[in-house]
Design a protein around this ligand. Structure first.
Ligand SMILES: *[C@@H]1O[C@H](CO)[C@@H](O)[C@H](O)[C@H]1NC(C)=O
Ligand SMILES: *[C@@H]1O[C@H](CO)[C@@H](O)[C@H](O)[C@H]1NC(C)=O
Ligand SMILES: *[C@@H]1O[C@H](CO)[C@@H](O)[C@H](O)[C@H]1NC(C)=O
Ligand SMILES: *[C@@H]1O[C@H](CO)[C@@H](O)[C@H](O)[C@H]1NC(C)=O
Ligand SMILES: *[C@@H]1O[C@H](CO)[C@@H](O)[C@H](O)[C@H]1NC(C)=O
Ligand SMILES: *[C@@H]1O[C@H](CO)[C@@H](O)[C@H](O)[C@H]1NC(C)=O
Length: 578
């Protein structure tokens, strides 16, 4: 088989299951083409309003303060709730420009993309005396640079010959090297904070979060693949393995831990703040690098989430040791979960949670940071909405998977709220309190890298055509390359490649498809019909669901709970009915 055919066969199509349905849009759609174009232009204007104000009033500082037309050098403040150890002599790293580059390509503005890439190539340095959060700097800066480097060399958005000599990759490598000192701990779990110039500070905190040490593998793995220097991926993988080894017997993790002792500090966790992207990076790293180890971790972790955190369409938090519910709260970061579920084919569960989260958005006009489900009220202090992207992100994934025009209407509602409540003359401002809609003088860089990008892609996904990509947790696209799947999981290799004809079948026969659509084993075509398979689904032994013993029953696809054999001899979720 020649290598290009191999690429076609092996590359995991971006949002695999989605490609099954990328067939013509539903006829008689309620969302006309004219309206779609109108919405696309509305989102485009939002992005440029945010971007041009940043460039005019804040660049090359980190982020824009849209109410006062000024800037903040916020890289050291990200994740730094108590604003400790702020730098004395730091003038920013053009953070919002770095974050905007991949969005400029998504919007088709290659000229401005080129201008940004060349400015950074010439002017960016990480030799600065600033203490930064490893997780935030990784997803925003390292991810932004790597993605822009790949786009700058991509055949569709490549910079003119001679202008670009991998300067962004050199910068990314320089940053990655500065990261490595954080991993020099007895456990291999990285410190949450490093000084870019001086490394880990003496006596700095040893406390970090699950997402802090479990969401590095996409960027650091990509850096290793691009540079041939294995240290970055090895460090991230070692940390991830250590973290996973700290799970409880229920396959649950806590939220915060100590990187020196390797012990948990906070045993309660959920799918929101402090944990969210850990789950996301397991599945996305599996898609990017094809390692079964990562799939196995994700599969067990996903099952545990569905089993211990889920209650109907909602997710509460639970103690990792007992699985008992702790906090009944909706946090706005949880809204990414339906997007992740869409990636693994759990569409109906994603759809129902997404609807509930959208109802909360409608109730307040935006999504509040924290909502107390048990008391049906807002959290007393966390009433803010900092222009977060998660609901838009899930809406985009669900639209791609289903082509149901209803999701475009959801997008319209999000766009209208953002313009109505958060747009000011100088950009887009965060909301301090959703009950008063009082604004805060801060335009977060993720508004440009994610919120605007996902809303735009909802109405125009030209960027995705013929590209196999996965988005990082900060919305930066990374390519899925067969050459990065150095070891293919043998169980997923179909017995007879020669029987696969044509590209469509080949795509359907990829590794991810096997997971979301086990029916592939018999025929690739079966998955063309809208059959959604859950990631946790294990069928009963007998297709008629008859049984004599519990071990003849599988795992329920919707609840992810073990089915048991009833006295009448049928598999089901009987423990629930009693
Ligand atoms: C930051 O800007 C100030 C004021 O322009 C300047 O005095 C200082 O040297 C700059 N610091 C660095 C590290 O560039
Ligand atoms: C690209 O971005 C620049 C800066 O915002 C803008 O002036 C220009 O009109 C944009 N070009 C296109 C084709 O949208
Ligand atoms: C680097 O920054 C300087 C000062 O802002 C600017 O004059 C120069 O054009 C920049 N380099 C590029 C390639 O844009
Ligand atoms: C670090 O902690 C030790 C012991 O508490 C103390 O003696 C030392 O001065 C601290 N160093 C710094 C730089 O704060
Ligand atoms: C999502 O839920 C709505 C309401 O329950 C239903 O009408 C729709 O068909 C669902 N879509 C999918 C893809 O499950
Ligand atoms: C592969 O499958 C095709 C069609 O099903 C069949 O004709 C062929 O003999 C098979 N080849 C092998 C090596 O099994």
């Amino acid at each position: 088989m020649n290598s290009s055919a191999q690429i076609k066969l092996w590359v995991l199509q971006f949002l695999l299951i989605l490609s099954f349905f990328s067939a013509p849009a539903i006829s008689g759609s309620r969302f006309s083409d004219a309206k779609r174009i109108y919405m696309r232009e509305k989102v485009r204007k939002m992005f440029y309003h945010a971007y041009e104000n940043y460039m005019a009033y804040a660049f090359p500082h980190d982020e824009l303060k849209p109410l006062t037309n000024t800037f903040t050098d916020s890289l050291s403040q990200l994740g730094n709730l108590k604003l400790e150890h702020l730098p004395q002599n730091y003038n920013g790293s053009a953070l919002t420009l770095i974050e905007s580059l991949s969005s400029l390509v998504v919007l088709g503005n290659n000229t401005e993309f080129e201008r940004g890439v060349l400015w950074l190539s010439d002017n960016l340095t990480f030799d600065v005396d600033a203490r930064i959060n490893l997780f935030e700097c990784n997803i925003r800066v390292l991810g932004g640079l790597l993605s822009a480097h790949i786009l700058a060399t991509d055949s569709k958005s490549r910079l003119a010959d001679g202008l670009y000599n991998d300067q962004l990759l050199t910068l990314a490598e320089d940053l990655g090297q500065r990261f490595l000192c954080a991993f020099d701990t007895p456990t291999g779990l990285p410190y949450a904070w490093i000084n870019l110039k001086y490394g880990v500070m003496e006596n700095d905190t040893t406390e970090t979060s699950t997402s802090g040490c479990g969401s590095l593998i996409l960027e650091m793995g990509t850096l290793s693949r691009l540079t041939g220097d294995a240290r970055y991926e090895a460090a991230a993988l070692r940390a991830l393995r250590k973290l996973w080894s700290m799970r409880s017997s229920l396959n649950l993790l806590g939220t915060t831990l100590d990187v020196v002792t390797g012990e948990w500090i906070e045993y309660s966790s959920g799918i929101g703040a402090g944990v969210d992207s850990f789950y996301e990076y397991l599945i996305k790293a599996y898609i990017l690098f094809g390692s079964t180890e990562l799939w196995d971790m994700f599969h067990s972790a996903y099952l545990a989430v569905q089993k211990y955190f889920r209650h109907g369409s909602w997710y509460h938090e639970a103690d990792m040791r007992t699985g008992r519910a702790t906090y009944w709260q909706l946090t706005s970061l949880q809204a990414f979960w339906p997007g992740l579920q869409t990636l693994v084919g759990d569409i109906s569960s994603a759809n129902s949670s997404h609807r509930e989260f959208f109802h909360v958005w409608e109730k307040f006009g935006v999504l509040p940071e924290r909502y107390l489900l048990d008391r049906d009220m807002l959290h007393p202090t966390e009433k803010y909405y900092p222009l977060r992207p998660e609901l838009a992100e899930s809406t985009f994934y669900l639209y791609q998977a289903t082509k149901d025009p209803w999701y475009m209407e959801v997008g319209e509602s999000l766009v209208n709220s953002l313009n109505y409540y958060t747009k000011v003359d100088g950009g887009f401002a965060s909301i301090r309190d959703v009950t008063t809609m009082q604004l805060e003088d801060h335009q977060h860089s993720f508004f440009l890298s994610e919120t605007c990008k996902y809303l735009y892609l909802l109405y125009d996904d030209t960027f995705l055509a013929d590209r196999n990509i996965i988005f990082t947790t900060e919305g930066h696209p990374l390519p899925i390359r067969s050459s990065w799947h150095e070891k293919l999981p043998e169980t997923y290799i179909p017995n007879n490649w020669t029987s696969l004809q044509g590209e469509n079948q080949a795509i359907h026969a990829s590794a991810m498809t096997q997971q979301v659509c086990p029916a592939i084993a018999t025929t690739a075509r079966e998955c063309n019909s809208p059959v959604f398979e859950s990631a946790c689904h294990v069928p009963d032994v007998h297709s008629n669901h008859r049984c004599k013993r519990d071990d003849e029953c599988g795992i329920d696809s919707t609840t992810c709970r073990q089915r048991t054999c009833s006295m009448a001899g049928y598999c089901g979720l009987w423990s629930f009915i009693i």
